[in-house]
Design a protein around this ligand. Structure first.
Ligand code: DAT
Ligand code: MG
Length: 149
């Protein structure tokens, strides 16, 4: 089953939006299979955003995501990666659709509240940065037959 990494970034924690953001994904029908709070160190932040190293915003991005604790989650479900990206909205909240997390809660690209893996291939390596296999739960969910026909 497809899994994706979701981070409620430090601005989401500071603004008291952890519940609202996690809730959007739960309400859509995605299954929460792992959850923790942690304070990213510089090394982990750089690994998560390695692809952006050298870009003009890189240093600010690292400072932002290491500024205070964040909340990491793994959501599971058919199409979880794309569904989560859709729920997040565009990278720049100013351009994100109303109804999306970034479109409803954000304004600035440097404070865009949430991270979600951008592809199925990238999801598992990103999950591995944050969670051991023992921290990710497989469990039956009784509502599945009311979410999937
Ligand atoms: P996403 O988080 O939608 O996957 P991304 O991977 O392209 O976006 O960029 C990672 C983060 O870097 C993004 O959430 C916010 C920041 N960022 C991206 N482009 C930026 C820019 N042009 N100016 C400032 N910050 C930027
Ligand atoms: Mg990205």
């Amino acid at each position: 089953m497809e899994r994706t990494l979701v981070l409620v970034k430090p601005d989401g924690v500071q603004r008291g939006l952890v519940g609202a953001i996690i809730s959007r994904l739960e309400q859509r029908g995605l299954k929460l299979v792992a959850l923790k709070m942690l304070w990213l160190d510089e090394a982990l932040a750089q690994r998560l955003y390695a692809i952006h190293r050298g870009k003009p915003f890189f240093e600010r991005l690292i400072k932002y995501v290491t500024a205070c604790p964040l909340v990491a989650a793994v959501f599971e479900g058919e199409g979880a990666v794309a569904l989560t990206r859709q729920a997040m909205g565009e990278t720049d909240p100013a351009r994100a659709s109303p109804g999306s997390i970034r479109g409803d809660f954000g304004i600035d690209i440097g404070r865009n509240l949430v991270h979600g893996s951008d592809s199925v291939e990238n999801a598992q390596p990103e999950i591995d940065l944050f969670f051991t296999p023992q921290e990710i739960y497989s469990y039956p969910r009784d509502t599945d037959s009311w979410i999937f026909e």
